[in-house]
Write a protein that binds this ligand. Structure first.
Ligand code: PMV
Length: 350
C-alpha cells in the first residue's frame, strides 16, 4: 500500500556542556543548558503515514528489525502528542530508525532519535496539513515536539551550538524549545573535535527520568540551578571572546557537578569508573604540561568526551594513542566533532 505521506530525516546527537539535570511540569527544564551538536553520531528515521479511521497505530523498526519495546515507547509518545497534533489519531505509522553509532557509548541516542522523529512529525504536520511553516518556526516547532520526547533532543535540531531554556539577556530563548546559540563564537569554537573515549559500553543503570526526578529532593538543587545559569552566562562570554581556559574550567566543572549530583542522589548514580578518573587526570596533566587546548566533559555515564579546537587535532590524537587508549575498553574511541545539524533526506534509498 502506498503511504499518504512519506519523509526521512537525519538528526545528530549532541553533548551538553552546561547540563540540563532537573525538570518540572511537562518536560520543562529547571535551568538553561548549552550543547555542541555532533557531526558523525546521528539517527536516520524514515516515516510513513497511512490514513485510517481506526485510531493511532505504530509499527517500529530499529536497525531494520521489529523492536516491540521501542514500538510501545513511540506509541506512548505519539499518544502524548495528541493534544498538540490531534490528526495523528487517524493514521497508522511505519517508522524505521538506524543509528550511526553503537549503543551505550556515552552518545545520547535519545537526543538523535527523538529529534529525527520530531522532524518527521512536523514535516507531516507542515506538508500534509498545509501549514506552510516558515523555516525558523519549523525548527522551533520541531524542537518543541522533540523536547516532549526527550529534553536534550530539543537541542539537536540545530547545528553547531544551541541552548535550551530561558537565558537572561537573550529574549529569543525559551523553556519550551531550543534555539541556535545567541552569540558568535570565536573561530576556535567553530571547529571543534570530540573524541569519545569508551571506558565501558555496559548499559547504564540510572534512567534519566529517574535522575531528573531525584533532583526534586536533592538538598543542593536550588544552588545547582543558580550555578548552571551563571555558568551558562560565563561560558557564552568565554566562547565569544575566545577564552579557552575559562571555557575548559566551566565545562569540566559542569561535568563533575552532574556526576556529584548523580552520585549523591542514589546508589545507582555512581557511574564513573576508575578508567574515567584516570583519563580525567591524564587530560589535566597533559594540559598543564603542554598548554595544548583540550578539556573533558561527561554525559550520565563513564565515558569521557575529550573536546579540543581542530587546530590541536594532531597533538590531541597523538596523546589519545600514546596515553589514553590504555584506559579504554578494547582501546575503543569514537572520533567525532562539531556538526551542521539535522537534514531532511531522500526516502528513495532507504
Ligand atoms: O534528555 P534527557 O531527559 O535524557 O536528559 C539528558 C540529561 C543529560 O544528558 C545528562 C544532560 C544534557 O543536558 O544533555
Amino acid at each position: 500500500m502506498k503511504p499518504d505521506f512519506e519523509v526521512a530525516w537525519r538528526s545528530p546527537s549532541n553533548i551538553a556542556l552546561v547540563k540540563y539535570w532537573g525538570k518540572h511540569g511537562v518536560q520543562l527544564p529547571n535551568n538553561a543548558s548549552l550543547s555542541m551538536t555532533l557531526k558523525n553520531a546521528h539517527t536516520v528515521t524514515s516515516f510513513k503515514a497511512y490514513h485510517l479511521q481506526s485510531g493511532l497505530q505504530v509499527k517500529y523498526l530499529f536497525e531494520k528489525k521489529h523492536h516491540p519495546e521501542f514500538e510501545s515507547r513511540i506509541k506512548l509518545y505519539l499518544e502524548s502528542l495528541l493534544k498538540e497534533m490531534p490528526f495523528l489519531e487517524e493514521y497508522a505509522f511505519e517508522i524505521s530508525s538506524e543509528n550511526s553509532f553503537p549503543h551505550s557509548t556515552g552518545i545520547a541516542s535519545s537526543a538523535s532519535s527523538m529529534s529525527a522523529l520530531a522532524l518527521c512529525l512536523v514535516s507531516f504536520e507542515n506538508v500534509f496539513l498545509n501549514k506552510n511553516f516558515y523555516v525558523d518556526f519549523f525548527a522551533e516547532r520541531a524542537s518543541q515536539i522533540a523536547r516532549l520526547g526527550s529534553g536534550s533532543a530539543s537541542r539537536s535540531i540545530y547545528g553547531m551550538w544551541s541552548t535550551w531554556g530561558e537565558i537572561d539577556g537573550f529574549p529569543e530563548t525559551s523553556d519550551r524549545y531550543a534555539s541556535p546559540i545567541g552569540i558568535k563564537p570565536a573561530p576556535m569554537f567553530q571547529k571543534m573535535g570530540d573524541a569519545v573515549l569508551i571506558v565501558s559500553s555496559a548499559p547504564k543503570k540510572v534512567s534519566s527520568t529517574m535522575g531528573h526526578s531525584l533532583m526534586n529532593v536533592h538538598p543542593f538543587s536550588k544552588a545547582r540551578y543558580e550555578q548552571a545559569n551563571e555558568n551558562l552566562q560565563a561560558l557564552l562570554f568565554a566562547m565569544q571572546v575566545g577564552d579557552f581556559e575559562t571555557f575548559a574550567s566551566i565545562v569540566e566543572n559542569e561535568a563533575l557537578t552532574l556526576h556529584s549530583l548523580l552520585m549523591t542522589s542514589s546508589d545507582d548514580g555512581l557511574l564513573l569508573k576508575p578508567g574515567s578518573l584516570q583519563i580525567i587526570d591524564a587530560i589535566r596533566k597533559f594540559r598543564s604540561q603542554t598548554n595544548v587546548k583540550l578539556c573533558f566533559t561527561l554525559d550520565a555515564g563513564p565515558n569521557v568526551h575529550l573536546l579540543y579546537p581542530e587546530s590541536e587535532k594532531q597533538k590531541v590524537h597523538g596523546f589519545i594513542h600514546d596515553e589514553l587508549l590504555q584506559f579504554c575498553e578494547n582501546r575503543t574511541w569514537i572520533n567525532d566533532g562539531i556538526g551542521d545539524g539535522s537534514q531532511q533526506i531522500s526516502t528513495k534509498n532507504l
